[in-house]
Design a protein around this ligand. Structure first.
Ligand SMILES: [Zn+2]
Length: 410
C-alpha cells in the first residue's frame, strides 16, 4: 500500500528579506520518484553486464530475440559510462550483446553513445539510449544532471533549474523535465487564482517554485534559504524576497505530479497575507492546508474537495483507536511551538478533519469566516473560535463530539 504522506510546513513569516519556512515534518513515501531514480541508477550501475565480460556468442538461428534491455549508470556532464545491452532469447536465456548491438542516442546534444555502448554526457537534459540487436530494440531513459559546482549566488543557483514555465503570477522551474515544469506551472496558476478569489491578500506579487529530485542540488539551496532536513519528511523550504515581492519555494516532489504540495503551501501564503495571526495557533493554518490539499480542480477552475486526504483519515483513525485524540479545546489553543512539536499525524489529522467537518457541514459559516478574515473584523484566535461557536450554535465540546463522529465515517 502506498501511504500518501502530505506536507506539513512550518511558519510563513514574510516580513524579512529572506525568511525561512520550517521544513515540512511530513513522512515521505520511500517510493518517491526521487528516491527510486537514485536506487535504480545504483542497481543498474552495480548489476547487469560488466563491460569487461567477454561478449556472448550470437544466438543460433533456431532462437529468436524476444527483448533487449539496456542498463548503465548515468554519467555526469563531461564524463563517460559503459552501457550494456542484454538480449532475452526465445528459450528464456539471456546474452550480453553489448558488442553486437547497434547503439543510438535520441538527443545527441545531451549525450552521445559509441558503437560499443559507451555513453558520453554532453550537457544537462534528457535522452533515450537505444540498443538494437537482430531488429529488436530496447532503451533506457537518461536524465543527465546539472553539474554541481557550488553556485555563488542565488541567481546563479536558480539558473540550475533549467526547465522554466510561467503561467500568470507563477513561475515554475525544475531540473526534472520541460513537461514537469509546464504541468506544475499550469496547476500553480490555478492554485494562485483560486486563493486570490478566496483571500484578500497574497504574499508578494508573484510566486516562484523550484523543483528538483537531486538532493545535492536541494542541499545547495540551504546556503541561500536555510532549512532543516528531517529524514523521512517531505522536503521543502521557502524564502520571501521582500525587495522584489517574490515568494520562492524550493521543493523535492514527494509524488509526481505534486499538486497537493502547491495547494497546501500556497494556501499558507495567502492565509498569512490575510490573517497573520494564523501563525500563532496553527490549527486553522494546517487544517485548511490539509483540507485544500485533499482537493482537485474541476473544469471551471474551482477546487473541489469531496473526501479527506488519506493522510487525515489514516492518522485520525489511528489516534482515535489509541484513545489519544486531543480534546478540540486543546487542539485549537495549541500555540505554534507546541503544535509543531506534536506528532504531525496527530495534530495535522485532527486539524484537517475539523476543517473538513466545518466545510462540509457549515459551508456558509466558513464563507462568512473567510470574509471576516479578509475584512480583518476577525484578527485573532479567540475571535475566530467565538465566531465559530456563535454561528454554529455549538460549544467547542459539542463541536468536538460532532466532528469526531463525522470523521470516523471516513
Ligand atoms: Zn502546512
Amino acid at each position: 500500500m502506498t501511504r500518501l504522506e502530505p506536507s506539513i510546513s512550518g511558519a510563513i513569516q514574510p516580513t524579512a528579506l529572506r525568511q525561512t519556512v520550517a521544513i515540512s515534518p511530513l513522512i515521505l513515501d520511500l517510493r518517491l520518484p526521487a528516491v527510486a531514480i537514485g536506487i535504480l541508477t545504483f542497481v543498474a550501475a552495480c548489476g547487469a553486464g560488466s563491460p569487461t565480460q567477454p561478449t556472448a556468442p550470437t544466438p543460433t538461428p533456431s532462437q529468436t530475440v524476444s527483448s533487449v534491455s539496456v542498463t548503465g549508470s548515468t554519467p555526469a556532464v563531461g564524463a563517460i559510462s559503459q552501457f550494456s545491452a542484454t538480449a532475452t532469447l526465445s528459450d528464456g536465456t539471456t546474452q550480453n550483446v553489448t558488442g553486437q548491438a547497434g547503439w543510438q542516442s535520441s538527443n545527441q546534444s545531451v549525450a552521445t553513445v559509441s558503437s560499443g555502448g559507451v555513453v558520453s554526457a554532453i550537457a544537462p537534459g534528457e535522452t533515450d539510449i537505444t540498443a538494437t540487436f537482430q531488429s529488436v530494440s530496447g532503451k533506457t531513459h537518461l536524465t543527465v544532471p546539472i553539474s554541481l559546482s557550488p553556485a555563488a549566488t542565488l541567481p546563479e543557483l536558480i539558473q540550475l533549474f533549467i526547465y522554466r514555465a510561467e503561467v500568470g503570477r507563477v513561475r515554475v522551474s525544475s531540473d526534472i523535465s520541460v513537461a514537469f515544469s509546464q504541468e506544475h506551472a499550469a496547476h500553480a496558476s490555478l492554485v494562485w487564482n483560486y486563493f486570490l478569489r478566496l483571500f484578500a491578500r497574497p504574499v508578494g506579487v508573484r510566486t516562484e517554485m523550484y523543483y528538483t529530485m537531486n538532493l545535492n542540488l536541494y542541499a545547495q539551496v540551504f546556503r541561500f534559504c536555510p532549512s532543516v532536513v528531517i529524514p523521512g519528511a517531505r522536503q521543502l523550504t521557502a524564502c520571501y524576497d521582500q525587495g522584489e515581492g517574490i515568494y520562492r519555494w524550493f521543493i523535492v516532489p514527494y509524488t509526481v505530479p505534486d499538486f497537493g504540495t502547491q495547494l497546501h503551501e500556497l494556501s499558507h501564503g495567502f492565509l498569512y497575507g490575510t490573517y497573520p495571526a494564523s501563525e500563532d495557533f496553527p490549527w486553522i493554518k494546517e487544517g485548511t492546508g490539509m483540507y485544500w490539499e485533499s482537493g482537485s480542480f474541476d473544469g471551471a477552475s474551482n477546487l473541489v474537495v469531496t473526501t479527506p486526504h488519506p493522510y487525515l483519515t489514516t492518522g485520525f483513525h489511528r489516534w482515535h483507536d489509541a484513545g489519544q485524540l486531543l480534546p478540540l479545546t486543546a487542539l485549537v489553543s495549541l500555540p505554534r511551538a507546541q503544535f509543531y512539536a506534536r506528532d504531525p499525524t496527530l495534530v495535522y489529522s485532527q486539524a484537517g478533519m475539523f476543517i473538513f467537518y466545518l466545510m462540509q457541514n457549515y459551508p456558509s459559516v466558513m464563507t462568512d469566516l473567510f470574509g471576516r478574515l479578509n475584512s480583518r473584523s476577525l484578527t485573532n484566535n479567540d475571535q475566530v473560535l467565538a465566531f465559530l461557536t456563535g454561528q454554529t450554535g455549538l460549544s467547542l465540546q459539542q463541536l468536538d463530539a460532532a466532528y469526531v463522529a463525522f470523521s470516523l465515517r471516513y
